[in-house]
Design a protein around this ligand. Structure first.
Ligand SMILES: NC(=O)c1ccc[n+]([C@@H]2O[C@H](COP(=O)([O-])OP(=O)(O)OC[C@H]3O[C@@H](n4cnc5c(N)ncnc54)[C@H](O)[C@@H]3O)[C@@H](O)[C@H]2O)c1
Length: 387
């Protein structure tokens, strides 16, 4: 069986190593930082032991034996010579990723596939550092990798097309649900989900409703597992805000993706969310989450405003061939656990109603942020269905 290399043994790299080892591969897990490797070894041991206790795997030791932990340094590069696939999951910096790919290419065999787990950089820009960019592609796992089934497969413009069905089949063998996405900012999930956060903040900034009310509307009326403010606090503003800002910049500052001052200030204050004890909400001992205003009419207004923005984003991604309709639905239900695909929600609500909502916002604000996708406009004529 093919040997899999993973570079970067942080949250994502160690999770990916676990997935590959559980699928039966020998795994070479490398990191430039010895402490990160020790931490990965310990957490993989604990995770697999827990899975054994729950009866999900037979023998944790058998799987752990497949993983070797190696310093990512010039003296140890030879460990990658036997790999058929190497997945890079180092910090999100183009210069660091370029360096990793250049070092890998000096030792791997010609048909070794090199993948990046980047969330926000262009795969094409990463591939550009390589001698053989045709073998580079994006394999975007979600956090935590062993639990989240979705993997976005992203060919760079240089990628050899024959790799795509092979990688698709491999991800299925690993128990994952692969979807294909064009190399555009945020790929599918991190692009389409943006309004869930940004429109919620905008509604709050305008004083239309407070955070608890918006969270209530999205969970109780919308059926989402967590409200936007609870979710942003959970993800952490260091991650969530940075993704928003990166997507905004990468889209040449399209106002649809504009970040908010409210969230930026949280980041500046170090109020990162749950992990720092304070974010939008206060998590210190004894603190309580404020009560929601459970006014049905207000709840519906909030839900429909955010939903219209989310649907518009999904429809526009379809319009611009970022992904197929089926993959867009799979990505949002399996990558961020939405209660339903957004195209199906558009069908249910009616493309005409959704368009009416967006157009009313556009007329009110005269902001490009609320412009409807041309495809939504086309669908609204005769109220056509997507799925
Ligand atoms: N955390 C998430 O939710 C998430 C989800 C999907 C994708 N990603 C992407 O996955 C990648 C890794 O993210 P993470 O959350 O695991 O980060 P992390 O900070 O937990 O881990 C990064 C690891 O890379 C190591 N590293 C840094 N420079 C290195 C180098 N030059 N050579 C070898 N190792 C090096 C660090 O020591 C660290 O252990 C990023 O590209 C990120 O955008 C993250």
């Amino acid at each position: 069986m093919m040997i899999v290399g993973v570079v970067g043994s942080g949250a994502m790299g160690s999770g990916i190593a676990q997935v590959a080892a559980m699928a039966g591969h020998q795994v070479v897990l490398a990191d430039a930082n010895a402490q990160a490797l020790d931490k990965a070894r310990a957490s993989l041991g604990t995770n697999l032991q827990k899975l054994q206790e729950k009866g999900k795997i037979n023998d944790a030791e058998d799987i752990l034996r497949l993983i070797s932990y190696v310093p990512f340094s010039a003296e140890h590069m030879q460990v990658f010579t036997g790999c058929g696939l190497v997945i890079e999951a180092v910090i999100e910096r183009l210069d660091v990723k370029h360096n990793v790919f250049t070092n890998l290419e000096s030792v791997v065999v010609d048909n070794c596939v090199l993948a990046t787990n980047t969330s926000s950089l262009s795969v094409t820009s990463i591939a550009a550092a390589c001698r053989r960019p045709a073998r580079v592609l994006g394999l975007h796992f979600f956090n935590p990798a062993p639990l989240m089934a979705l993997v976005e497969i992203i060919p760079a413009i240089q990628t050899d097309g024959v790799l795509l069905p092979t990688m698709n089949d491999l991800m299925i063998k690993w128990g994952k649900i692969p979807v294909a996405a064009k190399d555009t900012p945020g790929f599918i999930v991190n692009r389409v989900a943006r309004p869930f956060y940004s429109e919620a903040i905008r509604i709050c900034e305008e004083g239309i409703a407070d955070m608890a009310t918006i969270d209530w509307a999205m969970t109780e009326i919308g059926g989402f597992r967590m409200g936007p403010f609870t979710l942003m606090d959970y993800i952490g503003h260091d991650v969530n805000y940075v993704v928003t800002e990166t997507v905004f910049q990468s889209f040449f500052f399209d106002p649809r993706y504009k970040p908010s001052f409210s969230q930026k200030r949280l980041l500046e204050a170090g109020w990162l969310g749950r992990k720092s004890g304070r974010g939008f909400y206060d998590y210190s001992p004894g603190a309580t989450i404020p009560d929601a205003n459970k006014n049905a009419e207000l709840g519906k207004e909030i839900y429909e405003r955010i939903l219209s923005m989310l649907i518009n984003e999904a429809v526009d991604a379809l319009y611009l061939n970022v992904a197929s309709a089926a993959d867009l639905e799979t990505a949002m239900t399996r990558g961020v656990n939405y209660p339903s695909g957004l195209l199906a929600l558009c069908d249910k609500w009616g493309a005409d109603k959704c368009l009416e909502k967006l157009d009313s916002l556009y007329h009110l604000y005269h902001e490009d942020r609320y412009r409807a996708s041309p495809l939504l406009r086309k669908q609204a004529i005769g109220n056509k269905k997507f799925v």
